[in-house]
Design a binder for this molecule. Structure first.
Ligand code: HEM
Length: 137
């Protein structure tokens, strides 16, 4: 992965961190708007949703921090991918989640969500999703 891509993702993620709870809410409403059939996969209720949002932000946070050291990140993502099979997540769902993530970043970052930043996130998410999907089959 290019150094420039990593830097763009790490810098923009720092700007989303302070609004993490809001970002998590935006993320889930976007996700269920894109595919309402995904709703039953997640625990219901506001509190469960919030905890889930925190997990996602924490994972993204460590992934973003670990991008420079892919060797260490890959086994973590492989295990995560295997656990997602148990959550009834299918390979096609990764595109939907990726789209919801980019939409969320667009709202959260505003003018800072430049085409360059968007491209960098799409590349990072795509890489993570590919490792997770490959480990799940
Ligand atoms: C790069 C992509 C993704 C990342 C980094 C990610 C991250 C996580 C993390 C950290 C957890 C907490 C549980 C655990 O560690 O096993 C989790 C749970 C979960 N994820 Fe993902 N996820 C991704 C993609 C997806 C996709 C595509 C779906 C499909 C809808 C999905 C649905 C779920 C569900 C249903 C749970 C379990 C909810 C629960 O019972 O608490 N995730 N995810």
């Amino acid at each position: 992965m290019e150094q420039k891509t990593i830097a763009l993702v790490q810098e923009s993620f720092e700007k989303v961190k302070p609004i993490a709870p809001t970002a998590a809410k935006i993320f889930y409403s976007k996700l269920f708007e894109l595919d309402p059939a995904l709703k039953p996969l997640f625990p219901s209720g506001d509190e469960a949703m919030e905890a889930q949002g925190n997990k996602l932000m924490m994972m993204l946070s460590s992934a973003v921090a670990g991008l420079s050291n892919l060797e260490m990140l890959v086994p973590v993502l492989q295990n995560l991918g295997k656990r997602h099979v148990e959550y009834k997540v299918e390979p096609s769902h990764y595109n939907t989640v990726g789209a919801a993530l980019l939409d969320t970043l667009a709202v959260g970052l505003g003018d800072d969500f430049t085409p360059e930043v968007k491209e960098a996130w799409a590349s990072v998410y795509g890489t993570m999703a590919t490792v997770m999907i490959d480990a799940s089959s």
